[in-house]
Design a protein around this ligand. Structure first.
Ligand SMILES: Nc1nc2c(ncn2[C@@H]2O[C@H](COP(=O)(O)OP(=O)(O)OP(=O)(O)O)[C@@H](O)[C@H]2O)c(=O)[nH]1
Ligand SMILES: [Mg+2]
Length: 345
């Protein structure tokens, strides 16, 4: 489901009778097929995480007939080494302990299903869901998303993929090349903008990023754009400098559109495991982050970070990247994710 399908969904909800009449068995079947295909693509994107997670769990559980302290210790280790994070792991283990104490004898299948339930519940309770995305956007005003994150996290790629989804959904998209640190960064974004059919606003390398953001918003407003995506530089070697720069970009944008940016999306490289936690910690402390995109979940066994990060930061994960391709950005669906992790159909 694309970003702006949410708007459609809202309209649909206001007009439920019409929609009910439209859902023919053929349409229902098509929806079901699409959902199935999405789940399959997600399953293959998360294959390595699933294998890593399960081989560890399996090793912990294999040959044990009862759930005792030893097994729980091994389970704890399996979760931690799957990058779920210590705090979240401890939370999960406590829940399992409580249930085991209640249910007494638990076999390994039951243990797996308990784990599934607990992780699914944890994700459920983590604040924010894709269902709310963008509902506060106003008609006739561009919805501004500022994209932040350390170098190489996948900001530019995520912007490119997102722009493509949005233009495909009929939205007019403006992209601001506010990472002026390297000429190559501007060119890379230009290639994505062209592919996506979006308009990129740029200045020369080395120019003031806030000035690029300002130009982008002015131009977006003048041309009735629907969405603005602002790319930023991700250098962290001078953290204070970077955070000041982000603040300056925000302030300048608010001069054009008072509510902007409507969204500050932090992009995290999921394949860095614990490092992604650390980045989330630093950025959420330094600037207001309203959503997360976790990239590179394909090709890594560290996808457990999504569970820990959702639980720890209470900032909704909006998107996950499962490949470099233009179509490999997904709205994060907690249910689908946990299912993929446990290999459930
Ligand atoms: N496999 C995979 N690669 C990805 C994904 N997202 C981004 N990448 C790759 O990660 C690399 C870095 O991505 P960029 O989008 O350039 O990262 P950035 O955050 O803009 O980096 P800077 O501009 O240096 O700050 C590129 O080679 C991307 O193709 C993903 O979901 N999966
Ligand atoms: Mg970039």
């Amino acid at each position: 489901m694309g970003f702006f399908d949410i708007f459609k969904k809202k309209k649909v909800e206001e007009n439920i009778e019409v929609v009910a009449a439209e859902v023919t068995p053929e349409v229902a079947e098509q929806i079901e097929q699409e959902e199935k295909q999405e789940q399959e693509e997600l399953n293959s994107g998360l294959e390595k995480t699933k294998e890593g997670f399960f081989s560890k769990l399996h090793r912990a559980v294999a040959g044990r007939s009862t759930v005792d302290m030893d097994l729980l210790d091994d389970l704890e280790e399996a979760l931690i080494t799957s990058d779920v994070g210590v705090d979240t792991t401890v939370k999960i283990i406590r829940k399992i302990e409580e249930r085991v104490a209640r249910d007494k004898y638990v076999n390994s299948d039951e243990l797996y299903s308990m784990l599934y339930d607990e992780i699914a519940l944890l994700m459920e309770q983590a604040e924010g869901s894709a269902e709310n995305f963008g509902l506060d956007a106003k008609e006739g005003e561009p919805y501004v998303v500022m994209v932040v994150g350390v170098n190489g996290a996948g900001k530019t790629t995520t912007i490119g993929k997102l722009a493509a989804q949005l233009t495909r959904a009929g939205k007019k998209v403006y992209i601001g090349a506010a990472d002026t640190f390297r000429a190559a960064a501007i060119d890379q974004l230009g290639v994505w903008a062209e592919r996506a059919g979006a308009t990129m606003i740029r200045q020369d390398m080395g120019s003031d990023p806030a000035s690029v953001a300002y130009d982008t918003l002015r131009s977006a407003v003048a041309n009735n754009a629907d969405v603005v995506l602002i790319d930023t530089a991700g250098r962290l070697h001078n953290k204070v400098g970077l955070m000041n720069e982000l603040t300056k970009i925000r302030n300048v944008m608010a001069k054009v559109i008072p509510d902007a940016p409507h969204e500050v999306m932090l992009v995290l490289d999921g394949s860095t495991g614990q490092n992604a936690f650390e980045q989330a910690r630093q950025f959420t402390q330094a600037t207001k982050v309203t959503s997360l995109a976790i990239t590179k979940l394909d090709g890594t066994a560290k996808g457990g970070v999504v569970i820990g990060i959702s639980d720890t930061f209470k900032v909704p994960v909006r998107y996950i990247g499962i490949g470099e391709g233009i179509d490999q950005l997904r709205i994060f669906d907690r249910h689908q994710f946990v299912k993929a992790l446990f290999g459930k159909k």
